[in-house]
Design a protein around this ligand. Structure first.
Ligand code: COA
Length: 155
């Protein structure tokens, strides 16, 4: 699909796309297929809450620029959602890696592929916010630079 964006014509692959495998044979798919149940389980483990019944597939199809799935064989071991304002701003949300697959570089790779996907779609800025303990991950490993940001809790 070709989208006009700020006077430029950019080619944006909306379909699923295998982005490669790492040395541990983990496969990475931009807009990869997933079951809601496997993302709900991964999210619950990552954020320490009970397993919810969220409809991730509908959410990301409707609102996201894309997402990346990391799989060891058939098992979903990582996920990141790339939300979008429809213009030049994209937002990294819900970077999650299974504890059993942690500290193998999967999170860094997921975010790197989110960067690639946002850039390929013509975005100019990729945003993220996070808690203090993840500074090493987002700043040092993933390459984000510090900036001021704000947040209002609405509920
Ligand atoms: C944060 C998270 C996605 C990182 O995934 P990962 O695959 O383990 O990360 P990587 O292996 O790419 O880590 C690269 C570096 O980032 C830093 N890092 C990664 N996870 C970290 C953590 N939980 N706490 C502090 N630093 C961390 C380390 O410096 C690490 O390098 P090292 O392993 O050589 O020490 C994963 O820990 C996770 O799912 N956490 C729970 C959910 C969460 O908080 N997500 C972020 C929402 S904003």
């Amino acid at each position: 699909m070709t989208l006009p964006l700020r006077g430029l014509t950019r080619v944006w692959h909306l379909g699923e796309c295998l982005l490669g495998s790492d040395a541990m044979e983990t496969d990475y798919h931009w807009r990869g297929a997933f079951d809601n149940a496997e993302v709900n389980e991964l999210h619950a483990e990552a954020f320490g809450h009970h397993v919810l019944g969220d409809d991730w597939a509908a959410q990301v199809e409707r609102h996201s620029l894309g997402w990346v799935c990391a799989r060891d064989g058939d098992v979903l071991v990582g996920f990141v959602n790339v939300a979008w304002d429809g213009g030049v701003h994209a937002f990294v949300l819900d970077t999650i890696v299974a504890a059993s697959a942690g500290r193998r570089g999967i999170g860094t790779r997921l975010v790197g592929l989110a960067v690639d996907g946002a850039r390929a779609a013509g975005c100019e800025w990729l945003h993220v916010d996070f808690e203090d303990h993840l500074r090493d991950f987002y700043f040092d490993a993933c390459g984000f630079i510090p900036t001021n940001a704000g947040l209002i809790q609405l509920v």
